[in-house]
Design a protein around this ligand. Structure first.
Ligand code: FAD
Ligand code: MLT
Ligand code: ZN
Length: 539
């Protein structure tokens, strides 16, 4: 999918320190032995399912940002649910810690080992099991790539209810395990609504031993929780699948997913807008909700620095409104990533407003009426409507490419917060001023940028710097988390907690909630082998 640091560029070249400093390897976990490897090879049919070569292991040990790095000696690639359950049975009995891994595009250090945990990759579990055209439901193994599922759905007139920049690499099991939000949550809702069923392999058997049914006779030795229904309505006791949506691999390994698809829209309209202020952005959001109502499918925003970053660091990406970059409608490359005004035509903020509908004429009329009103009200200074799929893709690339551009620029401190929409950007401004005041301004190569899913109240606040720097980090944290807590926000809107924020959970969850989470974890995974050091704070 996405090329990142130049080949061979090492994490250390950005000055990364051990990001798990302070976390000690739990001595209760065993070290991997040759006997363990022999068992895995026998179970998974030889070496193709068992990766031990150090070069081949590198992508399993390093995350997408190349910020978190573990030292696992083995990555397992099972093909079936039964194999996953058997791996968990073995690892539990041997007290081997396990990190579940999908596409490894997670952004909080949750998908890679911290120390030497066994990596269980779902990459080889990539079969579509069923697509029902009447109910619009899809059942797939956890390792199916999101884009592949969307293409399969498209061939039958449907779309996945989830879309995000990592779609070419992330897997549906990883999406569910992070409760990924993405670009169209404003229209299609969260995975807590669109996931209809799950199949999950658990680290411990849930059935008692003894007379039938025994764990041995139950599928996967009693470890497979089969909730793989495609029913729209099912009020039979606790909705257990919800526990695994967003559990980040700490409670079980999702092996298959049933999803409610959405009809693929016959008409898609996309506008890129330039807004003179953040107040104008929020006013445009309100207007889009009111005027586009039932057809509104995405409302995203980015600031001028994000536009400059994407157009400078990504090939062929342009902003037709600012003239930056080499994309369609752009005015040539080489503006630099200095933000608004670099081209002389820049605007402080840009928005993407998209509609999904069934009647192009109707949707176009609505979009044009919305744009006219927004311009008349002074909320939108300039705008362009995509007139082809290629133009729409180019505009989306400007927005979706921001994370990649940031990683290409250097070190990134990444925050993903929910805040009241009206004051959301104040955090970006406040942090920028705080860092400038301490000598971490533009002259030091530091940029504080904001973008995100404004339609969902979700801000992505990123600090881009030439190198990782502990003093800089000390100015950002806990400042950002305290700010979010003061405004009753969330320190993780959609990326999850992972390793990065495990010790910060209390900024968004009270002691009773955290204790209940701990007890649930203890019940399901009493030896704590699944994704240790992640999500829950150190006791
Ligand atoms: P991984 O990164 O492999 O894993 C993520 C977590 O889930 C880890 O804790 C892992 O242990 C666990 N896990 C993975 N698979 C399983 C499984 N089968 N069972 C149990 N646990 C499992 N996120 C958003 O919410 N919205 C966005 O718009 C968005 N855009 C992104 C854009 C880019 C360019 C990138 C790189 C990431 C983006 N992300 C976004 C973050 C990321 O959460 C998603 O890409 C995706 O949901 C992760 O899926 P994955 O298969 O890569 O999971
Ligand atoms: C996005 O919305 O682009 C993603 O969540 C990724 C990111 O913030 O880096
Ligand atoms: Zn996002």
């Amino acid at each position: 999918m996405i090329a990142l640091l130049a080949r061979g560029q090492k994490l250390a070249s950005l000055g990364a320190r051990a990001l798990h400093a302070g976390v000690q390897r739990d001595p209760a976990f065993s070290q991997l032995s040759d006997k363990d490897l022999a068992f895995f090879e026998q179970l998974l049919g030889g070496t193709s399912g068992v990766v031990t070569d150090s070069d081949a292991l590198e992508p399993y040990n390093r995350d997408w940002q190349k910020k978190y790095e573990g030292h696992s000696r083995v990555a397992l690639r099972p093909r079936t649910t039964e194999q996953v359950a058997e791996v968990l049975r073995y690892c539990s009995s041997r007290r081997l810690a396990v990190v579940p891994q999908g596409g490894n595009t997670g952004l909080v250090g949750g998908s890679v080992p911290v120390f030497d945990e066994v990596v269980l990759s779902t990459g080889a579990m990539n079969k579509i099991l069923h697509l029902d055209e009447v109910s619009g439901t899809l059942v797939a193994q956890a390792g199916c790539i999101l884009q592949a599922l969307d293409e399969a759905a498209a061939a039958r007139g449907f779309m996945m209810p989830l879309d995000l920049g990592a779609k070419g690499s992330c897997q549906v099991g990883g999406n569910v395990s992070t409760n990924a939000g993405g670009l169209r949550l404003v229209r299609y809702g969260s995975l807590h609504g669109s996931v209809l069923g799950l199949e999950v392999a658990l680290p411990e058997p849930m059935l008692p031993s003894g007379p039938a049914p025994t764990p041995a006779s139950a599928p996967g030795g009693g470890r497979v929780l089969d909730l793989l229904r495609t029913l729209r309505k099912d009020n039979t006791g606790y909705d257990l699948k919800q526990l695994f949506i967003g559990a980040e691999g700490t409670l079980g390994i999702v092996t298959a997913v049933a999803v409610q698809l959405a009809p693929r829209p016959a008409s898609v309209q996309l506008a890129l807008l330039a807004c003179p202020s953040f107040e104008a952005v929020t006013a445009t959001l309100r207007s889009a909700r009111r005027r586009l109502a039932e057809v509104l499918s995405a409302v995203e925003f980015l600031d001028a620095d994000c536009s400059a970053l994407a157009t400078t660091h990504l090939e062929g990406v342009g902003n037709p409104l600012s003239g930056e970059g080499g994309g369609e409608g752009g005015a040539g490359r080489g503006q630099g990533d200095a933000g608004a005004g670099a081209s002389g035509r820049g605007s402080p903020f840009y928005m993407l407003v998209e509609t999904h509908g069934s009647n192009a004429q109707h949707d176009q009329e609505k979009m044009e009426a919305f744009l006219e009103a927004a311009m008349a009200e002074g909320c939108v200074a300039d705008g362009t409507l995509a007139s082809s799929e290629a133009q729409a893709r180019a505009i989306w690339r400007l927005r979706e490419g921001i994370s990649e551009a940031l990683v290409r620029r250097g070190a990134v401190y990444k925050y993903d917060v929910s805040l009241p929409t009206a004051v959301m950007y104040d955090l970006v401004t406040a942090l920028r001023q705080r860092l400038e005041g301490a000598g971490y301004g533009a002259a030091a190569g530091v940029r504080v940028v904001g973008y995100g899913h404004i339609g969902d109240g979700n801000l992505h606040l990123n600090v881009s710097a030439p190198r990782y720097d502990d003093d800089l980090l000390g100015l950002i944290e806990p400042y950002v988390y305290e700010y979010v807590a003061r405004h009753n926000g969330s320190i993780s809107a959609e990326h999850g907690i992972g390793l990065m924020k495990a010790n910060c959970l209390s900024y968004s969850k009270g002691p009773v909630a955290i204790e209940l989470m701990r007890r649930i974890k203890g019940l399901v995974d009493p030896h704590g082998i699944l994704n240790p050091y992640k999500v829950l704070p150190k006791p």
